[in-house]
Design a protein around this ligand. Structure first.
Ligand code: DGJ
Length: 739
C-alpha cells in the first residue's frame, strides 16, 4: 500500500485499503491518468489506452507524425494551457512577452513517508496515520514554470489528497491567471454530478445532475465558500445509490472563492478540475517565487454515497479538525442570540445562564452586541472593546458569574468585518476592501477588512487577545456576515490586485492560527450567517460550524441531511430554538426539536428563563440523553435512511457504533396523516446474527431482521397508546446488542 513506482512501466501506483490510483509518464513526458477505483491486484492499466486519430485534435510537435497522440484526448493528471488540449485547463500563465502557452512535461519525482504541510493553508493532518507522499515535478521549458503535483495517500482511510505548487524557475516574472489544485481525467464511464447548492437559511441542498457534454461549473465568487455552492462535489455512476455504485468525492480544503469544473469531452471522457476561482484572480511569480494551491480531499467508494460520506466523516473528524476534539467532549451550550438579539444586559445574560445551569447546560455563549456602539447591526464592527455602558464591569463580571454557576463562557466575534460607523473605520478607512474612488457595495451595512494587510491582522490579534485575556473566555463564535465585493487592497500595487481575495483568506487563516497558538485551550465555532462558510478549510481550525441561521427543526432536516454528504455530524452546530420558530413561524414539539438538534453539536438558543416546569424537565432529559449517546452520535457511522428532499412522509437517519454494539434510530414525521401507510425502516450497520434489545422494552431482534426486514414505528400508525399525532412527531429508538 502507499505509493509505489514501477520503473519498467514508468507507472506510479497509489494504494489505500480499498482503492487504487494509477499514473504513468509517457514517452514524451506527459503525466497520464490511468485509473482510479477498486483494486486491480497488480494490473498495469495502460492496456486501456487508446490512440485514435481524431480530427481537429492536433499533436505535440515531436509526435507530429503520430496523429493518435493528442493532448486533446489523452487522459492526464494536470493539463497545461494553449498547446492543444481544448478541454477545461488546470492552469493559465502569462509570460513576460505576453504569451500564454504552457506545455508541462515530467521532470522528476520523489516518494516520501511524511506528508508535508502547506505553508499558510489548512490541510489534512497526518497525525498518527500511515501516509505516503508522491511529488511529481513538471515544467514548461519556455516560460520556466514548474508545477509540482503532490499526492498524499491515507491508506487506512481510503483518502488521497492532491494539490499543486507553482514555482517560477525562469528569469522573467510570470503571472498565474488560473492555478488549480488538481485535475483528473476519467477516460471511461458515464457520471452524475452531485453538488450542494443553497441560499441563506437553506444551505447545502443536494442536487444530482446528469453530466452531459460540455462544462458544468460549481463555484463561488463571494470571497467565501458560500451558502450557494459548497466546495464539495461527488461524481457518481449513473445508477449509484446510497449503498451501491461507484462514487468519487472531491472536497476543497479552502474557504474562499472556488471553482469545480466537470467536463464531458468529445470522446465521452470526464475531466474534473478543482481550484481557486480564476475570475478576478491572478498571482505574480517573480523569479523563484512559489504559489501554494489549497488541498483537495479525494475519496472513492464502490458502495455508494453513504460509504463515501463515511470516509469524509472520518478524515474530517480525525485529520482535519483540531486533533484534541477526537477525545474531548464539547459542551452543550446556550446561545443568547434568538433569546434576546441585541436587547440584553448583564443581568439578563446571567439570568439565562442561571436557568441553563439548572438544566444541565454547560456553556453560556454571548452573541452579537457586547462591544463598541452595537445596539443593532448598523454599527460597531471592528471596535472589539466591551461596551461598559451596557455591560458594567465588562465581560469579567459575566464570565465570573457564569463560571460560578459551573459553566463555561463563550463570546461572539466577527473579526473580518467593519462598519462605516465605527471608531476603527474613522481611524483606518484604508483598511477596508474598496476600489479607489468608488463607493463600496454595502451588505448589512458592513464592509470587509483587508485581511491581506498584516497591520489589520496585528490589530485584530491584539484586540481579540486582550478581550480573551481580560475574562475567562473558553469559546469563540467566529461569524462572517456578508459576501466579498470591491476586492481592492490598498497595500497592493495595480498588477497584484488579483491576489486580494486569496490574500484575504491567507490573512484569516493566519489570524486563526495565531489565536489558537496563543490560546491553546480556546474552542472556535465557525459561522457565516449560519452555514455560509461550512468547509474543510474552516474545520481545520473549528471543530464545529453553525450549520444554518434557520433553526426550524423541520427545515433543518434538509439542511443537516445535505451537509452530511461531506461533513460529519460532530461538525454541525445545531440548537433547539423557540416556537413559533423565528424564521418560519412553525411549531414543532420540544421533543422533535431536541431529536433534530441532537444530530449535531447540540445546544439551545431560546430564552430559558421563560420555560414551564414541564419544558424544564424535558430539557433535563434531552441533555441526559445527549450525554448518553454522545460518542455514538459524534463518532458512530452515520446512515441516511431517507431523503427529506424527496420523501415527504418521514425523515429517518441512524447512528451505528463502529463495533456494531449499539445504534440510535431517529425519525421525524414531516407529514402527519389520518390513515398513514406502514412506516417500516430498515436499519444499517448492524451485526446480522446478533440480538439487539430495543431500549425501554423486552423486545430483542436480530441485526438481520432490523436490516433486511426493518423496524416498524407503530406509534405513527396509531397502534400504540397514546397515539403520537400532532405536529411533526419524532422518535428516537436505541438498540443495544445483548450479551
Ligand atoms: C449570524 C449568525 O449566524 C447568528 O447566529 C448570529 O450570531 C448573528 N449573525 C449575529 O449578528
Amino acid at each position: 500500500m502507499g505509493v509505489r513506482f514501477n520503473q519498467d512501466a514508468n507507472t506510479f501506483i497509489l494504494e489505500t485499503v480499498n482503492t487504487e490510483y494509477q499514473i504513468s509518464v509517457n514517452e514524451i513526458g506527459i503525466v497520464q491518468h490511468l485509473y482510479y477505483g477498486r483494486k486491480t491486484f497488480g494490473q498495469d492499466m495502460r492496456f486501456q489506452n487508446t490512440f485514435p486519430d481524431r480530427g481537429f485534435s492536433g499533436n505535440p510537435y515531436e509526435r507530429k507524425s503520430d496523429r493518435g497522440m493528442s493532448l486533446d484526448v489523452l487522459p492526464q493528471e494536470f493539463s497545461g494551457c494553449g498547446v492543444g488540449d481544448y478541454r477545461v485547463s488546470s492552469m493559465s500563465v502569462k509570460a513576460a512577452d505576453g504569451s500564454r502557452s504552457c506545455d508541462l512535461r515530467y521532470v522528476s519525482h520523489v516518494i516520501a513517508e511524511e506528508k508535508t504541510a502547506i505553508p499558510g493553508l489548512p490541510s489534512v493532518r497526518q497525525n498518527d496515520c500511515m501516509a505516503a507522499e508522491l511529488r511529481i515535478e513538471l515544467a514548461d521549458e519556455i516560460t520556466g514554470l514548474q508545477v509540482s503535483l503532490i499526492y498524499d495517500v491515507f491508506e487506512e482511510k481510503d483518502i488521497i489528497t492532491r494539490r499543486a505548487v507553482y514555482k517560477n524557475i525562469g528569469n522573467e516574472t510570470l503571472v498565474l491567471e488560473k492555478a488549480a489544485s488538481m485535475s483528473i481525467d476519467f477516460p471511461y464511464g458515464e457520471f452524475d454530478l452531485v453538488h450542494f447548492h443553497g441560499r441563506h437559511c437553506m444551505e447545502r441542498q443536494m442536487e444530482r445532475i446528469s453530466l452531459t457534454h460540455d462544462i458544468h461549473t460549481i463555484a463561488s465568487r463571494r470571497g467565501m465558500s458560500s451558502h450557494h455552492e459548497n466546495p464539495f462535489v461527488i461524481l457518481s455512476e449513473k445508477d449509484a445509490t446510497e449503498h451501491q455504485g461507484d462514487c468519487y468525492g472531491f472536497m476543497f480544503v479552502y474557504s474562499g472563492n472556488h471553482k469545480i469544473e466537470a467536463e464531458m469531452d468529445q470522446a465521452g471522457s470526464t475531466r474534473v478540475v478543482v481550484g481557486i476561482h480564476d475570475e478576478n484572480f491572478s498571482w505574480q511569480l517573480t523569479k523563484q517565487d512559489e504559489f501554494y494551491s489549497p488541498e483537495v480531499i479525494l475519496s472513492y467508494s464502490s458502495q455508494g454515497l453513504n460509504a463515501l460520506s463515511q470516509n469524509y466523516h472520518k478524515i474530517i473528524r480525525d485529520n482535519v479538525c483540531p486533533p484534541k476534539y477526537q477525545t474531548i467532549r464539547r459542551p452543550v451550550l446556550i446561545n443568547n442570540w434568538e433569546a434576546t438579539y441585541f436587547r440584553f444586559d448583564t443581568q439578563k445574560i446571567l439570568d439565562i445562564a442561571s436557568a441553563a445551569s439548572e438544566l444541565g447546560v454547560e456553556m453560556m455563549v454571548l452573541d452579537d452586541g457586547w462591544f463598541g456602539k452595537r445596539d443593532d447591526d448598523n454599527s460597531g464592527l471592528g471596535d472589539w472593546v466591551v461596551n461598559e455602558k451596557k455591560l458594567p464591569g465588562g465581560l469579567k463580571v459575566i464570565a465570573d458569574g457564569v463560571n460560578a454557576l459551573g459553566m463555561k463562557f463563550g463570546l461572539w466575534f466577527e473579526p473580518e468585518m467593519i462598519n462605516e460607523d465605527s471608531d476603527l473605520y474613522r481611524a483606518h478607512p484604508e483598511w477596508v476592501l474598496a476600489d479607489p474612488g468608488r463607493k463600496p457595495m454595502m451588505s448589512r451595512k458592513q464592509m470587509l477588512l483587508d485581511m491581506g494587510n498584516p497591520a489589520v491582522i496585528d490589530y485584530l490579534f491584539d484586540c481579540i487577545s486582550k478581550v480573551l485575556s481580560d475574562a475567562n473566555i473558553e469559546y469563540v463564535k467566529w461569524d462572517f456576515n456578508r459576501s466579498m465585493a470591491n476586492a481592492y487592497s490598498n497595500i497592493l500595487p495595480a498588477e497584484r490586485q488579483g491576489e486580494t481575495a486569496h490574500r484575504f483568506m491567507l490573512g484569516t487563516y493566519s489570524l486563526l492560527e495565531r489565536l489558537l497558538k496563543a490560546f491553546p485551550d480556546l474552542m472556535i465555532e465557525g459561522c457565516a450567517g449560519g452555514g455560509g462558510r461550512f468547509d474543510a478549510g474552516m474545520l481545520y481550525y473549528c471543530p464545529q460550524i453553525w450549520c444554518s441561521d434557520d433553526s426550524d427543526a423541520i427545515e433543518r432536516l434538509k439542511i443537516q441531511h445535505g451537509t452530511s454528504y461531506g461533513y460529519p455530524i460532530s461538525s454541525m452546530g445545531s440548537h433547539v430554538s423557540a416556537v413559533p420558530n423565528h424564521q418560519t413561524g412553525r411549531v414543532a414539539s420540544l421533543h422533535t426539536r431536541g431529536v433534530v438538534a441532537m444530530s449535531g453539536t447540540f445546544g439551545y438558543e431560546l430564552d430559558l428563563t421563560k420555560l414551564t416546569e414541564d419544558e424544564k424537565d424535558k430539557i433535563r432529559q434531552q441533555i441526559k440523553d445527549f450525554h448518553e449517546y454522545y460518542w455514538l452520535i459524534q463518532k458512530g457511522s452515520y446512515y441516511r435512511l431517507t431523503n427529506p428532499q424527496k420523501d415527504d412522509y418521514y425523515t429517518a437517519w441512524e447512528f451505528a457504533a463502529e463495533d456494531k454494539s449499539e445504534a440510535l434510530l431517529n425519525v421525524v414525521v414531516t407529514h402527519v396523516q389520518a390513515n398513514p401507510q406502514f412506516p417500516c425502516i430498515r436499519l444499517q450497520g448492524l451485526e446480522e446474527t446478533a440480538l439487539y434489545q430495543v431500549a425501554g422494552t423486552d423486545i430483542k431482534l436480530t441485526g438481520a431482521a432490523l436490516m433486511y426486514g426493518g423496524y416498524v414505528i407503530k406509534e405513527i400508525i396509531g397502534e400504540c397508546d397514546p397515539i403520537e399525532r400532532g405536529n411533526y412527531p419524532a422518535f428516537q429508538i436505541y438498540f443495544k446488542k445483548s450479551e
